[in-house]
Design a protein around this ligand. Structure first.
Ligand SMILES: C[C@@](CO)(OP(=O)(O)O)[C@H](O)COP(=O)(O)OP(=O)(O)OC[C@H]1O[C@@H](n2ccc(N)nc2=O)[C@H](O)[C@@H]1O
Ligand SMILES: Nc1ncnc2c1ncn2[C@@H]1O[C@H](COP(=O)(O)OP(=O)(O)O)[C@@H](O)[C@H]1O
Length: 267
């Protein structure tokens, strides 16, 4: 059985306060985009995990898919399986790729082995794996708050626009992103701001990580500037970076962006 976990972008990201558990409260809009990995599960005599595509840093045993299966195996009598992950979503990009794999894997196991898990139960497994993981269970646009794992449904449809996504060749860790930010209550709710036409978002919908990350990694800003010059209505770094997206009225020729930077075009 196979599934295709997709990425998300953050439309706005406000870090509002520091929490006693060391995490931060935040407010953001998660919006699913159609850049995808492929994830296959087959029953097998022994457990095995293999990957192809973009290579994943770190120990394969720490992969979130295996962690998700270990969590489910604590509660259910599940067989050995072979997992194949074809990685296409850039890693450490602020696109939530690892979290997407884990959430889609839980949905896949639920279907394959008829576990009968509710949406809420699958989300609670996800919360043990990463702050933005639970979003990918329902995988629809939401306003997210607390650690980024509590959701409110919103009406947001960008399907008439065109999205360009670029990945500057720099690495930003999530921990680096959070360390450089001063938490501050939001001046205006993102839920209200996204009701404005996209043409009015620039400068009003912001990502609190951008100020210090763009200063430390000027290449990210270069991509934003290039997208604006190409006519983007709105540009923003996604999550903790380093990916940057631009929302355009129409499909746009971005050939002046360095080829290796542009990773997805669509919505
Ligand atoms: C920054 C965001 C914004 O959407 O996304 P990404 O850029 O990773 O996609 C998320 O908050 C990332 O969520 P996720 O990647 O699941 O984070 P986790 O693995 O749970 O945490 C990694 C580290 O980030 C910090 N962290 C994460 C979430 C949060 N609300 N407060 C935090 O302070 C903590 O230092 C934590 O140890
Ligand atoms: N299935 C997976 N895909 C990608 N990264 C994974 C996965 N499982 C664990 N990881 C680890 O999670 C880290 C961050 O992954 P990723 O989700 O791509 O970043 P981000 O949260 O910035 O979107 C990687 O450095 C990698 O070691």
């Amino acid at each position: 059985m196979i599934t295709f976990p997709n990425a998300k972008i953050n439309i706005g990201l406000n870090i509002t306060s520091r929490r006693p558990d060391g995490y931060h409260n935040l407010e953001t809009i998660f919006y699913p985009i159609q850049i995808k990995d492929a994830l296959e599960l087959i029953e097998a005599p022994e457990m095995s995990f293999e990957t192809s595509g973009i290579s994943i840093p770190g120990n394969a045993n720490d992969n979130l898919c295996l962690k998700a299966y270990a969590l489910l195996r604590k509660d259910f009598d599940l067989p050995n399986i072979n997992i194949h992950l074809h990685k296409h979503i850039p890693i450490g990009a602020g696109l939530g790729g690892g979290s997407a794999d884990a959430a889609f894997f839980i949905k896949l196991v639920n279907t394959k082995f008829n576990l009968g898990l509710s949406t809420e139960k699958m989300q609670s497994y996800c919360q043990l794996l990463g702050a933005d993981c639970a979003f990918f269970i329902e995988n629809k646009p939401v306003f997210a708050f607390d650690k980024g794992d509590v959701f409110e449904n919103i009406e947001l449809d960008l399907s008439t626009y065109h999205l360009a996504l670029a990945m500057p060749q720099v690495h930003v860790s999530t921990a680096e992103a959070y360390q450089g930010v001063k938490p501050q209550e939001s001046k205006q709710s993102l839920k209200e701001l996204i009701k404005m036409p996209v043409e009015e978002w620039e400068g009003k919908i912001t990502n609190d990580f951008e100020a210090h990350i763009l200063k430390n990694h000027p290449k990210i800003n270069e991509v934003k500037v290039a997208m604006k010059e190409a006519g983007a209505l709105f540009t923003l770094m996604s999550g903790s970076g380093a990916s940057v997206y631009g929302i355009f009225k129409n499909e746009t020729n971005l050939s002046h962006l360095q080829k290796e930077n542009l990773i997805f075009s669509g919505i």
